[in-house]
Design a protein around this ligand. Structure first.
Ligand SMILES: [Zn+2]
Length: 504
């Protein structure tokens, strides 16, 4: 082999190898320490140890939003005294956009990032530190390395007052108050309460369910027993639908005292914000059921446009009517199937949802697919803008109802929307794929043996009036003056379809 030939051959090989190594290049590792530093002034102190630094400059970003709460927030505005250093020697650092900083590493393989974080926003997508407790969603507070949100394991260590405990859905690491995350995605998908709270344990299908209520002392012993039972029953109903629960343990965090309510879903937890804890725990079943159903629908069964999460900007998706609306549909349906709503309560709730959509003129102008796409303008409410739109939770819930009853009607009740959700889970979520409106249309058409192209064109991307009665008829029901009533002369087949649908 001549030298020349050797050179010609080896250069492409080296280029291919270089491309390979660029592709799989590991990010520096970030390990996080979070200290309750100055609770009077709402200040956490954060120390991030970056190791394996292999580059002359290192970019770090704070998220601009929290998955599940589709609105851009200025989390980085709460940074105080941000610095990077090696053993106390400050490194040059400058802002390159509103949430990203560039550190000149000077060739250091390891460096420390330190800052205080001002946490004074007790909100579903927020962070608050007071002398009594802390609540936070990690998107507010933790830096990531752009491009590395799915492949970056880390530890999170808390330094908290001696009489405080930690409630967080992360795996325990070794050491006091040390937790492990397999990726930045997981790290910031685990909201936490730090403080002295009530914790009630139960199980569902053999898995531990940990219910936290903060502040402590709001739930009587008798109410706690019912709360444990209700949460367990509704989770078991959902788990039976999917053939098991998709996590090792699940945390329900009820945070009382926030301005405004709301709740947020995570892969193995939820944070539910309440103005006050209802005396009857049935009052939290609906929201808990909805949030838990998200453990599949949106956390694992993910619209393609949310894979992977991009924390730096809006991610436009047309499928929030599925992610939220069908979750609302199943949230209440599982409360019914678990016996926590009577049939009348359930049907009256559906009728109220129908009235809510039918009293909104925007239903004739704005499709549910478009309402999903532009949600970033109005998410979370509180704005005088964006009044002329539809609520895709509401219309999506009703589309869930129509799809369920139409599939049941088309298959003599052999198949249902449950099968479509299981197909989304098996064929998309468990294969690491996101789905689109078109994928769901294809699944529903295949299951029912008839095309749903027109249904999607009229009701999902279009604005035609929903045909409630043709769907309700399959269950021996109809709508009259905004109420759902018995269909005269309902057949045994219709009645048996209704019992199967409602889990009776
Ligand atoms: Zn939701």
């Amino acid at each position: 082999m001549s030298r020349r030939r050797f050179t010609v051959n080896v250069v492409p090989v080296l280029l291919v190898l270089a491309a390979f190594f660029v592709d799989v290049e590991a990010a520096p590792r970030l390990d996080y320490r979070m200290k309750v530093a100055d609770a009077e002034n709402h200040l956490f102190h954060l120390t991030i140890e970056a190791t394996g630094v292999d580059r002359p400059t290192l970019d770090i970003s704070l998220p601009a939003w929290t998955p599940g709460w589709y609105t851009i927030r200025p989390y980085a505005a709460n940074l105080v005294r941000l610095q990077a250093h090696v053993g106390g020697r400050r490194l040059p650092l400058r802002a390159i956009d509103k949430q990203t900083y560039r550190i000149e590493t000077g060739g250091a393989r390891a460096l420390t990032i330190e800052y205080d974080y001002y946490a004074n926003n007790l909100a579903v997508n927020g962070a608050e530190l007071t002398p009594r407790r802390a609540f936070f969603v990690g998107t507010n507070i933790f830096f990531y390395i752009p491009g590395h949100t799915t492949d970056t394991p880390s530890t999170l260590t808390f330094e908290i007052p001696a009489d405080w405990r930690v409630a967080i859905g992360l795996k325990r690491g070794s050491g006091k108050h040390v937790y492990e995350a397999r990726s930045f995605d997981q790290l910031v998908d685990a909201p936490a309460i730090l403080g002295d709270f009530d914790q009630f344990e139960t199980t569902a299908l053999g898995k531990p369910i940990r219910i936290v209520v903060d502040p402590k002392g709001q739930v009587s012993e008798e109410a706690a027993a019912r709360l444990r039972q209700y949460v367990s029953r509704v989770i078991e109903s959902q788990g039976r639908m999917f053939g098991g629960l998709p996590y090792d343990e699940y945390w329900v965090l009820y945070v009382v005292g926030g301005r405004g309510g709301g709740a947020l879903e995570h892969e193995n937890s939820t944070n539910v914000m309440l103005g006050s804890m209802p005396a009857d725990p049935r009052g939290v079943v609906g929201v808990t059921s909805h949030e838990h159903f998200h453990a599949w629908n949106v956390k694992r069964i993910r619209p393609a446009g949310l894979l992977p999460y991009d924390y730096s900007r809006e991610q436009y998706i047309r499928e929030l009517w599925v992610a939220e609306g069908i979750t609302s549909y199943y949230g209440d349906l599982h409360a019914r199937r678990a016996g926590l709503l009577t049939r009348d309560e359930y049907l009256n709730g559906l009728a109220g949802t129908i009235r809510a959509l039918q009293s909104n003129e925007a239903r004739n102008w704005v499709s549910v697919s478009d309402a999903s796409t532009v949600t970033w303008l109005t998410y979370g409410g509180g704005s005088s803008y964006g009044r002329f739109t539809i609520n895709y939770y509401i219309k999506g819930e009703l589309l869930g109802l129509l799809l369920d009853l139409e599939i049941r009607g088309a298959t003599a009740n052999r198949l249902s929307l449950d099968d479509a959700m299981r197909a989304l889970y098996a064929d998309f979520a468990q294969k690491g794929r996101g789905y689109t409106n078109e994928d769901l249309e294809a699944i529903v058409s295949r299951l029912s043996g008839r095309s749903f192209k027109e249904f999607f064109a009229k009701y999902v991307t279009g604005t035609e009036e929903l045909d409630y009665n043709s769907a309700l008829r399959h269950a021996g029901l109809r709508i009259v003056d905004g109420r759902i009533v018995e269909l005269d002369g309902a057949t045994p087949a219709q009645l048996s379809l209704r019992r199967a649908w409602l889990g009776e």
